[in-house]
Design a protein around this ligand. Sequence first.
Ligand code: ADP
Length: 164
Amino acid sequence: MIIALYPGSFDPITNGHIDIATRASKLFDKIVIGIFATPEKNLMFSLDERVKLAKEATGHLSKVEVKPYSNITVEFAREVKAQVLVRGLRAIGDFEWEFEMAMMNQMLYPGLETVCFMASQEYQFLSASLIKEVASLGGDIHSLVPKGVAEALIKKGLTRKKSE
Ligand code: ADP
């Protein structure tokens, strides 16, 4: 049984993340979406909110589980017995950072394989930080995030209801 850990901050989960989890679940037996408690980022959503939104958005994916974690990613990978670390690569900007992280993780946990999925064309330019920025300026982000995330952004006063 191949267990894959898909770690990140998921602040909030977007359709780009869900696309990666969906594609990974075709290759692996179980995908754990690991939501890191304290990334070095300005967070919009609390850990509980990020977990709840990710659980709601992946409820239809039977192989996907969502779990919060606060230790180093490789330790969490050991805890959940993951042999694979899943990451997504967008065309511009992701490669160097992902490469660096993969080298470091390989040193810290030899045998844990990082598998990067190329972002699908329609999500190449989608990032959680851009969603937050566009939403806060009143842009319509409904086609880029799961329904629950759009509702959560509306609740925070960050975006408008879907334009008719
Ligand atoms: P981090 O805080 O580690 O960057 P994120 O939650 O932003 O984590 O993203 C987790 C993973 O998902 C990363 O590998 C990131 O490159 C990938 N990812 C983010 N957005 C997309 C997208 N639109 N398409 C494909 N992969 C993505």
